[in-house]
Ligand binder design. Structure first.
Ligand SMILES: [Zn+2]
Length: 253
């Protein structure tokens, strides 16, 4: 499967200490537009496109803030231009970058196709970052889960392309030959070709399973620093076993 909506994990650059990679984030966009929680600086898209996208991003921010019952008190800066590529979030700077072609609709991206959910995903990284986890699959899993939660009917965003998260995980696992053990499914190490979508899908599916089985509050307590054992009375291996059993019970469409 050709993945047309690749997604750059928000925290990779930071995790690798590659701050230099975003040194050019700066500003330098041609024009800007403000909404209550964000500023969009843009280049390479029309004013009308910038207005529509700023509205979409503001809506996404409201959805995410309401879901988590919290706000990012900072004004989020969204930079759109041809120098940027896949949607990427930089938590420490409250900044999201995004290629202008994604909004223009050229380069194979339908105009706005999947962009709303992609922005939900990136804003989730800003509003709900994990604390002190060495494996980013939970960060990506939470963002993918929330992205699915607020998907629109025409959603075709990476990684589930608008399809059911559990179903798509099963489909990719079948093609891949197996589920990847969660302890090995770190998105920051998962750049290698075919397994990358599966790592994101598994993260999303696992987080969705935990949230829907045990609740969001428990999940956030663990996500923000407590151990699995302390919160769930089970370690990751036990929870992973439960989740796999749950997936086994799902019929593929
Ligand atoms: Zn992400």
């Amino acid at each position: 499967m050709v993945v047309t909506h690749r997604h750059a994990p928000a925290l990779i650059a930071l995790a690798l200490g590659a701050l230099g990679a975003i040194a050019s984030v700066g500003t330098a966009a041609g024009a800007s537009i403000a909404r209550s929680n964000l500023i969009l600086e843009y280049d390479g898209i029309s004013e009308a496109q910038s207005r529509a996208f700023a509205d979409e991003a503001q809506r996404a921010y409201r959805d995410v803030a309401r879901y988590f019952g919290r706000r990012d008190e900072r004004t989020i800066l969204i930079l759109v231009g041809d120098r940027y590529d896949v949607p990427t979030a930089y938590h420490e700077r409250a900044t999201i970058t995004l290629g202008a072609n994604r909004i223009r609709g050229d380069a194979g991206f339908g105009r706005f196709a999947g962009l709303g959910p992609s922005i939900v995903h990136e804003i989730t990284h800003l509003v709900a970052p994990s604390r002190g986890k060495d494996n980013q699959f939970l960060d990506e899993g939470l963002a993918v889960f929330v992205q699915e939660k607020f998907k629109r009917p025409d959603d075709r965003s990476f990684p589930n392309m608008g399809r059911d998260l559990h179903q798509e995980t099963l489909r990719w696992a079948r093609d891949h030959g197996r589920l990847i053990p969660l302890a090995e499914a770190d998105p920051s190490r998962g750049r290698a070709g075919g397994s990358r979508p599966l790592i994101y899908l598994q993260g999303g599916s696992f987080v969705r399973y935990l949230v829907e089985t045990y609740g969001l509050a428990s999940f956030m307590t663990m996500y923000e620093g407590q151990s699995y054992q302390a919160v769930y009375g089970k370690d990751l291996a036990a929870l992973e076993g439960e989740w796999k059993k749950f997936l086994d019970g799902i019929e593929l469409d």
